[in-house]
Ligand binder design. Structure first.
Ligand code: ZN
Ligand code: ZN
Length: 376
């Protein structure tokens, strides 16, 4: 592949339009060649440089075949087919028939992001692909989410073959160096005017072939089965969070790096506690006399209950903060438990209680509306 073709516009060097006729090109060349000929410029370097450019441009554009190829290259440049020193052929995604399935090779190489690597030279076999990430869900009760817990999850999917340990070769045999690419993992592919390195189709870029494939995995090195994986859910995890267990996903093909296991955490609603960031929330109900006179109440936490002092004159909706009984934070500190106090108004009163309240009202001077006694 002639890099100069990609970078140089021969038409503009000769000052002719892209579709110029052979005559136009010849005339333009003669004029410029005379003008910049070293003999006519006393060895001036700039003129000499220009003369070379003009000659090179003419050499390509005056040759029908070369000009056709040059135009094709320029067309690819113009359409963005040429990037970062690598040719992405317009027909790459399957239009081009033939024996090699490019998409397969690329997906095995870790996606299109690896294109630059594949074509950019670089010695040695292409790197092995990483295994896929695998996603699973665990549902936790709030105390487990707060305190952290170990869980066992069962994953059905590809895993290292139990017979060959992932090598793909029947036990007792071993992979051999690929003869097609000599172990480099790359071959040169000629596509008309282009020649570029591609992953070796024989060994898919690994540089090795397996003469006697494992009978269990037929050489793939992976088999599908149920795996039981123990995962540690860190303390304080929130509903909807994703925990990543590195290297617990699908194994990489042919001994490549395994993917990760992504654990999506769901937290069941708790009947006593809510959560607000690092804080837990709860409600406590006290009677009107306790709210008015003050008291101490026992409040449940995720550990043992604590006593909370309710001062005299506490209003409904007042919040009390129990320090350090919330969600563990990084660095060992914990959030708080925030208790909201409800004051309960009695729904039914005995005659005695009612009389006491009427007396209370008359003492405090609160206006009372006369009302029929609806009690039986
Ligand atoms: Zn196997
Ligand atoms: Zn090979």
């Amino acid at each position: 592949m002639n890099r100069a073709w990609v970078e140089t516009d021969y038409y503009s060097i000769l000052g002719v339009p892209n579709g110029a006729s052979k005559d136009e090109i010849r005339r333009a060349y003669r004029k410029l060649a005379q003008q910049h000929h070293p003999d006519a410029n006393n060895g001036d370097e700039k003129a000499e440089e220009r003369f070379k450019e003009v000659s090179e441009a003419y050499a390509v554009l005056s040759d029908d075949e070369k000009r056709k190829e040059y135009d094709e290259v320029r067309r690819l440049v113009g359409t963005g087919g040429y990037r970062d020193g690598a040719f992405g052929f317009p027909g790459f995604n399957g239009q081009r028939g033939g024996g090699t399935n490019f998409e397969d090779i690329f997906s095995g190489m870790g996606g299109m992001g690896g294109l630059g690597d594949l074509f950019g030279g670089g010695a040695g076999p292409a790197r092995s692909a990483r295994g896929r990430d695998v996603t699973t869900t665990v549902t936790l009760d709030l105390p487990d989410a707060i305190n952290g817990v170990s869980r066992t999850v069962r994953i059905t999917g590809d895993t290292s073959c139990s017979r060959c340990g992932g090598a793909g070769a029947e036990p007792g045999t071993s992979p051999t160096v690929c003869t097609t690419c000599g172990g480099s993992g790359r071959t040169n592919l000629n596509q008309g005017l282009f020649s570029f390195a591609q992953p070796c189709p024989q060994c898919a870029g690994s540089g090795q072939v397996i003469p006697t494939p494992c009978t269990t995995c037929r050489g793939s090195g992976t088999e599908r089965r149920v795996r039981t994986i123990s995962v540690k859910i860190p303390a304080g995890v929130e509903d909807g969070a994703t925990v990543r267990a590195k290297g617990k996903g699908a194994p990489g093909p042919r001994g490549g790096q395994p993917g990760d296991l992504l654990i999506q955490v769901k937290v069941r609603p708790h009947d006593q506690f809510g959560r607000k960031g690092d804080h837990l929330t709860s409600r406590a109900v006290i009677g009107f006399p306790d709210a008015a006179l003050g008291t101490q109440i026992e409040v449940p936490t995720l550990d043992e209950p604590v006593r909370v002092k309710i001062p005299a004159g506490t209003q409904p909706g007042t919040q009390f903060r129990v320090k350090g009984r919330g969600v563990p934070r990084k660095g060992g500190r914990r959030g708080d438990l925030i208790v909201t106090v409800d004051v309960e108004v009695p729904r039914r009163l005995s005659r005695k209680a009612k009389k006491a309240l009427v007396d209370y009202a008359s003492i405090t001077g609160e206006p009372l509306t006369e009302e029929e006694d609806t009690d039986e």
